[in-house]
Design a protein around this ligand. Structure first.
Ligand code: ADP
Ligand code: MG
Length: 370
């Protein structure tokens, strides 16, 4: 028996896409280029324009400007039903009176599609197999767990064999443990399907673990596009530096004097990239790149505020001048709250430097504003 071929994964391109709701600018200047089969995440705080962007790709919203391509096709003005995409939402309403089988089969039985029943059956079983739902297809939604319901919603998208999957915070209704489990299942499903997936989340750890490429957004604009590694190790600006990581990068705003960065309770030599870049520089250092420094003149001087013992390490919050910074220290370091502590970077090359005023990284080519 020859099986109908699944639709090939497609590329997606957004070119200078913007959306206004009356006087409200939801997003603007969005340029994204997604290769076929990539897992790409739109990441940013609530209200930054992730859903608006995804809805425009789905065709649920019309862009106010710019163009959207799926494969070689300009779909900017194409109806959602003619775009060959499938969307999974946070609130994935399953039909309570239908079995899981009927729920998954539903999109194929719509008036528009009218898929022949043998094909419906084949596709439902194949999706159920991939999602580990085979043994429960005759159950009703109320008889399964939240995670299983989310898998049914995914199955309903899969049977449409779309060229692009769009997922808007699909895991955010699940409890933490289930979220982590579904996250790795989703990654596995993506690998097996080889599909193009565009995923929206405000959760940076989801974005980091799932994605080939992450698009960091804030205030309706793109802050940076890159692999999780690139974003983590070389954030383009202070927003990305603070947003990625748990907790985010520590930022010390200081004044440059004689090649050193100075501020309340810190003082250290600047590398070449930062020494001549202006009077006000912000230094960034990740919590895991700090170590205790018992010398008289550590780079950073502070007072221990709290210590969270995490087993493999401790998360120590340290008051430095007016700010609080965080450091991951060995769990064997038993440090009482209120103690004085000296800290310095374990590897100065891992520090990142930013223009305090613009927030732009000194390690990235300077962008012309616009
Ligand atoms: P996110 O998904 O990142 O939380 P959204 O894309 O939903 O953000 O929203 C982006 C911005 O656009 C927000 O400021 C939001 O209030 C606004 N917005 C979204 N939809 C509408 C709408 N239908 N009418 C007016 N403003 C909207
Ligand atoms: Mg949203």
């Amino acid at each position: 028996m020859t099986q109908p071929k699944p639709n090939p994964a497609q590329s997606v391109r957004l070119m200078n896409v913007g959306k206004n709701y009356g006087a409200v600018c939801a997003v603007s200047g969005i340029d994204i280029s997604i290769e076929p089969g990539q897992f790409v995440t739109l990441l940013g705080p609530s209200g930054c324009g992730k859903s608006t962007t995804l809805n425009m790709i789905a065709g649920l919203e019309m862009p106010s400007e710019g163009r959207i391509m799926i494969g070689d096709r300009d779909v900017t003005a194409v109806k959602p039903a003619d775009r060959d995409i499938a969307m999974v939402f946070q609130s994935y309403a399953l039909y309570p009176h239908m079995t899981l089988y009927e729920n998954i089969a539903f999109p194929m039985r719509s008036r528009r599609r009218r898929t022949p029943e043998p094909e419906v059956n084949r596709k439902v079983l194949s999706a159920a197999k991939m999602l580990g739902l085979e043994s429960m297809l005759d159950r009703f939604p109320r008889q399964i767990s939240g995670g299983q319901r989310q898998r049914v919603a995914l199955g309903r998208a899969m049977v449409r064999t779309p060229t692009v999957y769009l997922l808007d915070e699909p895991l955010s209704n699940l409890d933490q443990q289930l979220r982590v489990q579904m996250r790795s299942e989703l990654k596995d499903i993506h690998q097996r399907l080889g599909a193009t997936m565009l995923y929206v989340t405000h959760d940076q750890s989801e974005a980091m673990t799932l994605s080939d490429l992450v698009v960091v957004m804030s205030n309706g604009r793109i802050e940076q596009v890159g692999s999780p590694r690139e974003l983590y190790n070389n954030p383009a600006n202070l927003f990305v530096a603070r947003f990625l990581g748990e907790p985010g990068m520590n930022i010390l705003d200081g004044v440059v004097e004689n090649g050193r960065l100075r501020g309340a309770d810190f003082d250290f030599a600047l590398p070449e990239v930062a020494a001549n870049a202006g009077d006000r520089i912000s230094a960034g250092i990740r919590p895991e790149d700090l170590q205790r420094d018992p010398r008289d003149n550590p780079a950073i001087r502070g007072i221990v505020r709290t210590v969270e013992y995490l087993g493999s390490r401790s998360l120590v919050r340290v008051g430095v001048g007016e700010r609080t910074i965080t450091a991951f220290l060995p769990p064997s370091d038993d440090i009482p709250a209120g103690a004085k502590i000296g800290l310095s970077p374990s590897d100065p090359d891992k520090m990142r430097f930013f223009q305090t005023d613009s927030g732009g990284s000194l390690h990235h080519p300077q962008k012309t504003s616009g």
